[in-house]
Design a protein around this ligand. Structure first.
Ligand code: SF4
Ligand code: SF4
Length: 715
C-alpha cells in the first residue's frame, strides 16, 4: 500500500474530550466509530482512497471493537454490503470515488433504496470533481434524486463534519433511507482539529456473533409487487421523515448578515470557498462574517421547502452557489418559490458559471455580478482591484513560463513497467500500421499522451475489451484492448473476457499485470502475490496462495495466452505482432508482467537503507549516455518518453545542438538499453552499477578497469 497510516490508526482510539489534529478523512473515520458502526467497506479511488486505506490498516483495532472491515472488489460489492442494514438494526458505512463508483454501484443502490433500511446505512462518496479530477464531470446529486436517497454535503470544518457523520446514521434510521455523504476533495484533505468522543460499541458486533436469522418479510424484497409500495413509502413517509429530521436537528445553517434583503444559498461543501471569496471582495463585517445572509445546505437532498421559503421570504434576490451541472438545486428552488408565491429573484448558473469548478476566483466574479445587479450600495472596487492584480500575475506567469517551460501532461512514473510495452507497441505499429486501441482506466491510460499517443476510447473501469466488441467486425486491423490488473478484477473479467469468449470476439487483450491497483495507491488485489500481500497487510492476510490472472483466463477457456516480461521489448514486440496477425480467431491475451515501479522502489529504498546501515552490500543500476556518441536524433525519447531522459548543452565546443542525457532520477529499469538494441538506436547508452560496500572481488575488478581505462586515455 502507498503509505503507512500508523499514526492515523492510533488516533482512532482517542476518547471523550481528547483533541485530535488530522485530515478530514480521519475525522470521518473517527466519527464512524463514535456512531457505533458495525461494518465498513468500500473500493478505493481519489479522494477517498485513504479513508479505505486507514480502515484496512486499522483492521486489527476495528476487530477489537467488533467492527467488520471489507476491502471490496468493486463499488457494486460495497453497495450490496449495505443490505445487512435492511434486516438487522446494525449501522454500516461504505466508501468509493464518485461519480464513477456510484455508476458501478447504482444497481445495488436502487435495490437498497427501494425497501429502505432498518439500521443506519451510510455511503461516503469522494466527489472527484473539478480541475483536479480524473473522472467525468457529473454529479452524485442525480443518484440521490432518482433513488430517493438523502444527500449530505457538509461544510468543511472538521468538528462540523464529525457531527454530520453522526447525524447521517440517525437520519438514515429516522427516514429508513440510505444516506450519501458527499466529501469533496476540499473536505477529504482539509487539516484541522476536532474534539473526540468515546467510540461506541456496535449494536451487533463481530466479537459476539449472536444475530439470529431474520424473520421472513416479503415486503423488504426489492421485487414487484412490493416495489410499488416502496415507491409510495418513499414519497409519503420516508422523504417527509427525512425533511423533519433535517429541520429538527438544524442540519442546514443560516449565517445572518446586515444586508438582509438579499441572500446566498450555498452547498455546504463549497462554503469555505465562498468565505474566502467574501473576504477578497470585502463583503464581510468587522468580525469577518458575511454581510450577506447565507443559508448553508449541509443537506442538499431532499430540500426542505418551508426552510427555503422562510429564508427567501424577505429577500429581493438570492444567489445559488451550486457546483456542477445541471443545476438541480436552482431548478427546484425556482419551482418551490413559485409554488409558495415568493417573489425573490433567483440567480445561479447565469450569474456564476454554467459549468466547471467553483474556485474562489470564480465565486468572487459571481459575487461581483450579483452585487452589481442587486446591491448597488456595496462597493465592488476591491474586487476590481483584486481582479486586476490576478490578471497581472497571470500575464507575467505566461510571459515567464510560456517560452521556456513545455507543457507537461501526466505520464508514467520513471521506470514504469507499462512504458516498455507501449514502446514495443509503437515498434509493432511501424511494421503493421495503426489499429483501434480500446483503452481503459488506470496508469496505462497515460499512453494517450505523447510520445505514445495511443488509444481511441475510454469507456469505464475494466470496460476496454467490451468497448471493442463492435469495432473488430468492421476493422481491417484486429483491435487491441488494454486493461490493468485492477480493472481486470473490477469489471474486465466479467464484462470483457467472458463476453468475448461467449461471442468468439476476434480481438487482442493486453493485460498490465503489475501486482496492485497502482493508480489509486497500490492497494492489493486477489492476484497480488501472497508474499507481498502478507507484507503489506502486516500479517493480516488470510489467503496464503497465489491466484493468477492466467489461471483464471485458462479456467474460462482462453485459447491463446502469452505472458511476457514487460521490459523484454524484443519478445513483447514479437508477441504482439503474432497476436495481431495469427490466423487464430477468437480472443488472444497478452499478459505484460512487471511490478509497479513505484511500489518496487518503495520496497528497494527501504532494503537499501537497511543494508547501508548494516554495512552490507547494496547495489543499484543507473543508465547513462555517452555524449560523444549521442547523434541527437532523440529517437530514444520519442520511443520511451521516460522523464529521466532529457537534454543538456553539449560540452563539445564544436557542437552547438543539445545532447540527450539521463538525470539522477533514473531507476535503472533497463528500457534504455532494451530499446537501443531492439530498435537499433545509436549505441550511446551505458549501464553502471553503483555498489555500496563492494566485495573484495568487485574492488579488484573495478581497479583493473580503472587502470585499463587510464592506459587508453591519450597521453
Ligand atoms: S504507479 Fe506504478 S504502474 Fe502506475 S505509472 Fe507509476 S510505476 Fe507505472
Ligand atoms: S533506464 Fe532509461 S527508461 Fe529506465 S529509468 Fe533509466 S532513463 Fe528511464
Amino acid at each position: 500500500m502507498e503509505r503507512s497510516f500508523e499514526r492515523e490508526v492510533q488516533l482512532l482510539a482517542k476518547g471523550e474530550g481528547e483533541v485530535v489534529y488530522a485530515e478530514g478523512i480521519v475525522a470521518v473515520t473517527k466519527a464512524l466509530l463514535q456512531s457505533g458502526v458495525s461494518y465498513v467497506g468500500g473500493y478505493q479511488g481519489s479522494p477517498v482512497s485513504q479513508l479505505l486505506d486507514v480502515l484496512v490498516q486499522a483492521r486489527e483495532y476495528l476487530a477489537s471493537l467488533g467492527v467488520h472491515v471489507e476491502a471490496c472488489t468493486n463499488e457494486a460489492a460495497a453497495a450490496a454490503m449495505l443490505a445487512a442494514s435492511v434486516n438487522y438494526p446494525m449501522r454500516g458505512a461504505v466508501t468509493w470515488k464518485s461519480i464513477v463508483g456510484t455508476n458501478v454501484a447504482s444497481d445495488a443502490l436502487s435495490n437498497l433504496a427501494s425497501p429502505g433500511v432498518m439500521g443506519g446505512a451510510l455511503i461516503i462518496v469522494g466527489e472527484d470533481y473539478g480541475e483536479g479530477s480524473s473522472v467525468v464531470q457529473e454529479r452524485t446529486h442525480a443518484f440521490a434524486m432518482k433513488s430517493s436517497l438523502c444527500l449530505l454535503d457538509p461544510r468543511p470544518e472538521l468538528q462540523h463534519v464529525t457531527g454530520i457523520v453522526e447525524h447521517a446514521f440517525a437520519l438514515s434510521e429516522a427516514a429508513s433511507t440510505p444516506v450519501i455523504l458527499q466529501l469533496r476533495i476540499r473536505a477529504c484533505h482539509l487539516q484541522g482539529t476536532f474534539v473526540c468522543k468515546d467510540n461506541v460499541a456496535p449494536a451487533l458486533s463481530s466479537r459476539d456473533p449472536s444475530a439470529p436469522a431474520p424473520a421472513f418479510r416479503a415486503n423488504v424484497m426489492s421485487h414487484p409487487p412490493f416495489t410499488f409500495e416502496h415507491e409510495r413509502q418513499k414519497v409519503e413517509s420516508r422523504m417527509p421523515a427525512a425533511r423533519r429530521y433535517i429541520v429538527e436537528h438544524a442540519l442546514n445553517e443560516v449565517f445572518e448578515g446586515d444586508i438582509a434583503d438579499v441572500g446566498i444559498i450555498v452547498q455546504g461543501g463549497i462554503y469555505n470557498n465562498l468565505a474566502g471569496a467574501m473576504a477578497i471582495a470585502n463583503f464581510v463585517d468587522a468580525n469577518g462574517g458575511s454581510r450577506i445572509p447565507t443559508l448553508v445546505l449541509n443537506a442538499t437532498y431532499p430540500l426542505v421547502p418551508d426552510e427555503i421559503v422562510a429564508f427567501c421570504a424577505d429577500k429581493r434576490a438570492v444567489l445559488v452557489l451550486e457546483e456542477g451541472h445541471p443545476e438541480f438545486i436552482e431548478f427546484e428552488l425556482d419551482a418551490l418559490l413559485a409554488r409558495a408565491g415568493c417573489r425573490s429573484a433567483v440567480r445561479g448558473k447565469a450569474t456564476m458559471a454554467s459549468a466547471g469548478e467553483y474556485t474562489v476566483e470564480r465565486i468572487v466574479l459571481g459575487l461581483e455580478r450579483f452585487a452589481d445587479e442587486f446591491i448597488p450600495a456595496l462597493s465592488t472596487a476591491e474586487v476590481a482591484a483584486w481582479r486586476h492584480d490576478v490578471d497581472g500575475v497571470r500575464a507575467r506567469a505566461r510571459e515567464l513560463l510560456g517560452a521556456t517551460v513545455p507543457a507537461r501532461p501526466p505520464g508514467f512514473c520513471v521506470g514504469c513497467p507499462e512504458r516498455p510495452v507501449f514502446s514495443a507497441l509503437k515498434l509493432v505499429e511501424r511494421k503493421l500500421g495503426r489499429r483501434h486501441v480500446a483503452a481503459d482506466i488506470g496508469c496505462h491510460s497515460f499512453a494517450m499522451f505523447e510520445p505514445f499517443a495511443i488509444g481511441n476510447s475510454i469507456t469505464g473501469y475494466g470496460m476496454g475489451l467490451a468497448s471493442a466488441a463492435a469495432v473488430g467486425p468492421v476493422s481491417l486491423q484486429r483491435p487491441l484492448a488494454t486493461v490493468g490488473d485492477g480493472g481486470f478484477w473490477h469489471n474486465g473479467f466479467l464484462s470483457g473476457v467472458t463476453s468475448a469468449i461467449k461471442n468468439g470476439t476476434d480481438a487482442v487483450l493486453l493485460i498490465f499485470k503489475n501486482g496492485y491497483t497502482s493508480a489509486t495507491g497500490t492497494q492489493e488485489l486477489v492476484s497480488t502475490p501472497a508474499a507481498a500481500r502478507r507484507d503489506a497487510a502486516g500479517g493480516a492476510s488470510t489467503t496464503a496462495t497465489d491466484t493468477t490472472i492466467e489461471d483464471v483466463l485458462r479456467s474460462v477457456g482462453v485459447p491463446w495466452l502469452r505472458t511476457v516480461h514487460s521490459y523484454d521489448v524484443k519478445t513483447m514486440r514479437a508477441t504482439l505482432g503474432e497476436a495481431f496477425t495469427t490466423s487464430h480467431k477468437g480472443l488472444k491475451v497478452v499478459v505484460a508482467e512487471g511490478e509497479c515501479q513505484l511500489e518496487r522502489q518503495r520496497r528497494l529504498r527501504t532494503e537499501r537503507a537497511r543494508a547501508v546501515q548494516e554495512h552490507a552490500r547494496a547495489a543499484r543500476v543507473r543508465y547513462g549516455i555517452d555524449e560523444d556518441i549521442c547523434t541527437g536524433d532523440r529517437a530514444c525519447i520519442r520511443l520511451s518518453g521516460c522523464p529521466s531522459l532529457t537534454l543538456k548543452p553539449s560540452s563539445d565546443p564544436m557542437r552547438n545542438d543539445a545532447v540527450t542525457t539521463i538525470d539522477a532520477g533514473c531507476v535503472g529499469c533497463g528500457l534504455c538499453g532494451e530499446l537501443a538494441q531492439t530498435a537499433a538506436l545509436c549505441p550511446s547508452f551505458y549501464r553502471v552499477e553503483v555498489v555500496n560496500e563492494p566485495s573484495a572481488w568487485e574492488r579488484f575488478i573495478a581497479s583493473v578497469r580503472a587502470r585499463v581505462a587510464q592506459a587508453l586515455l591519450p597521453a
